[in-house]
Design a protein around this ligand. Structure first.
Ligand SMILES: C[S@@+](CC[C@H](N)C(=O)[O-])C[C@H]1O[C@@H](n2cnc3c(N)ncnc32)[C@H](O)[C@@H]1O
Length: 394
């Protein structure tokens, strides 16, 4: 069906389920799948089709004809101003976690060919004030905010209800010049804060004196009873609540593989050592590509052997257990080959993208690893972001 960019087609569709990324999935009358921004599973909606391809289309909700029981008015006032930071403010917490579980099960069924995979909800962090770090966009007046959904427009924020109060309190006043983006982070347990502008000639102004500025700035956060150093340039989970929950779930999922370990743990994509420190193992090899995260790990886990390397370039050594927490792209073929070459019979994979989890599951299966169960966590409430902890054994 031809589609005019000047006069978008409209249609009435029934949203069947939710897609990774947060859109609803429905079908147009001609049978094509349409990804519906703003639609929730089960709803009948009128949509405006803005992108029409041979095999699929993209559309936006114009009117909700039959709402889902999980539809709510977005509690955050910034959504009405166009802020695209949270894609699922219009849904209940129960709906969000249930859809996250469904999206993971669907990805494992379709991509990893695992129709009966065990996928369970594992809880989440509190819905408000959970984020202690944010990468923010800078508008032309130097104010910080988040981009509008599907656009480069910056919606400057006076406050943000998903940010920890100490982080939200910095947003209205800070000004950044000479950079498009800035990362702000606070330490809940220490009261410290850091700021890092992403630009060579950046100037950050109007921050309180306690905020340390630049890539070498550090703060401390307490997780699983351990104080962790986090440099401004290093990765950290959405906040200490998320880090705490993740460590607890990884510990539980490792189970007997952790308690019965006689050799080292391989903490792959180990960052600043959250798992090596949090799991309290006597021996760990931590492989991580970021110089700043490796520096943090050497402070946080003095007993660990910290190797600064791309994981896929690391020469495998024998280990008992692998905990791997890669970035969104997942492990991929080369890293899965490295994992398999360690000789470990148990791999606990922490994934932040269900599609890459499914791809990695298929790659691990080729090395004899069975999918033993996935636990889905909500570490970013009000967004479609999904975290999954999966155990594989052979
Ligand atoms: C999702 S974070 C997890 C970090 C840590 N496990 C934690 O929970 O804090 C992924 C980490 O992998 C690192 N990384 C990204 N690509 C990598 C690669 N190819 N090899 C090794 N580390 C990599 C990043 O610097 C980041 O610290």
């Amino acid at each position: 069906m031809p589609h005019s960019a000047r006069e978008p087609d409209t249609a009435v569709v029934r949203v069947e389920k939710m897609a990774a990324g947060g859109d609803g999935i429905a079908r147009l009358a001609d049978g094509r799948v349409v990804f519906v921004e703003g639609g929730l599973a089960g709803e009948s909606v009128q949509v405006s089709v803005h992108t029409s391809k041979k095999d699929f289309a993209r559309a936006t909700v114009v009117a909700v004809l039959e709402p889902s029981a999980h539809r709510v008015v977005p509690p955050c006032p910034e959504v009405a101003r166009g802020c695209g930071g949270c894609g699922w403010q219009h849904a209940t917490a129960e709906g969000q976690l249930a859809w996250k579980v469904d999206i993971v099960a669907d990805a494992l069924r379709r991509t990893a060919k695992l129709p009966d995979a065990v996928v369970r909800p594992g809880g989440g962090v509190g819905p408000w004030g959970y984020r202690t770090g944010m990468r923010l966009a800078v508008d032309r007046n130097g104010r910080v905010g988040l981009r509008a959904a599907g656009s480069h427009r910056v919606v400057a924020l006076g406050e943000c209800p998903v940010a920890a109060p100490a982080l939200s309190a910095l947003l209205a006043d800070v000004r950044v010049h000479g950079a498009d983006e800035v990362s702000l982070r606070v330490g809940v347990s220490s009261g410290e804060a850091t700021a890092l502008a992403h630009g060579d000639r950046a100037r950050i102004e109007r921050l309180p004196d306690h905020v340390a500025i630049g890539p070498a700035a550090v703060l401390h956060e307490t997780v699983a009873g351990r104080s962790l150093q986090v440099s401004a340039a290093s990765f950290f989970q959405s906040g200490p609540q998320a880090a705490e929950l993740l460590v607890a779930v990884v510990r539980e999922v490792c189970g007997d593989a952790l308690s019965g370990m006689s050799g080292p743990l391989l903490d792959a994509y180990g960052g600043g050592g959250l798992f090596s420190a949090g799991l309290g193992v006597p021996q760990a090899i931590l492989v991580e590509s970021s110089t700043s995260a490796c520096a943090d790990a050497r402070v946080n886990v003095p007993s660990a052997e910290v190797v600064e390397s791309l994981f896929e370039r690391w020469a495998p050594r024998p280990v008992d257990l692998v905990v791997a927490d890669p970035a969104r792209a997942g492990l991929g073929r080369e890293a899965v080959d490295v994992v398999a070459a360690t000789g470990a019979d148990c791999v606990v994979l922490v994934s932040c993208d269900p599609v890459s989890l499914a791809r990695d599951s298929a790659l691990l299966a080729a090395h004899g690893f069975r999918h033993e169960g996935s636990t889905v966590l909500d570490l970013f409430p009000h967004t479609p972001h999904i975290e999954v902890v999966t155990r594989f054994t052979r």
